[in-house]
Design a protein. Structure first.
Length: 199
């Protein structure tokens, strides 16, 4: 199960769907290439931002220089703790995201989508849920959103967290995903005009 705590302490519990359709394309979207090696800890599942889905800059359709930027979002590496039970692993995890409002965004409210997925290290997707994040920012202001999750992963007798990975990513269009997959200097995609979130 993937549960999310909202800002008011609300917890939504979602059932983990097994045997999801389209696993091949989903595996690629989660950053599972054929030669992808997963480095994991001894007990807790590894948590990571998926390949090419941790950053996006959205524009007004008039160009990709800074004056046309609506907003940019960057996901930071999730963190948390886990508890190993006889038949499950309970994970308490936080997902930090930085957001910058650009000059082309007229409204102060920014809404964007992201997802959390649970997979086995053999690249089998066990569950994937989508969410909406919201924030209110002044022009050029950088804010941080931290969503918290409670996740329960069913396990077989003798299993532990090193058989699983929890992956997070932003909901991107095909064009945005293709842009992020193009190799860039220093290994980080940056739109034309050097739009990026300040550290």
């Amino acid at each position: 199960m993937i549960g999310r705590w909202g800002w008011a302490g609300r917890l939504v519990v979602l059932a983990a769907g097994l045997g999801l359709s389209g696993c091949d394309s989903l595996s690629k979207a989660l950053g599972f290439g054929e030669d992808t090696a997963l480095e994991i800890g001894p007990t807790c599942p590894r948590v990571a931002v998926g390949d090419d889905v941790g950053y996006v800059a959205r524009f007004d359709g008039q160009g990709s220089s800074k004056q046309h930027l609506l907003y940019a979002v960057k996901m930071d590496v999730p963190n948390g703790v886990c508890f190993l039970n006889e038949d499950s692993i309970d994970v308490e995890m936080s997902v930090p995201m930085r957001v910058q409002r650009g000059p082309a965004m007229e409204e102060r409210d920014i809404t964007f989508g992201y997802w959390v997925a649970i997979a086995r290290t053999d690249k089998t997707i066990l569950a994937r849920e989508s969410y909406q994040a919201e924030t209110e920012l002044r022009q050029d202001e950088v804010g941080q959103i931290v969503d918290e999750f409670d996740q329960t992963i069913p396990i077989n007798p003798g299993e532990n967290g090193n058989n699983f990975v929890i992956i997070v990513g932003l909901t991107l269009s095909e064009e945005e995903l293709n842009y992020n997959r193009v190799p860039k200097l220093l290994g980080r995609p940056v739109p034309e005009g050097e739009i990026k979130i300040a550290p």
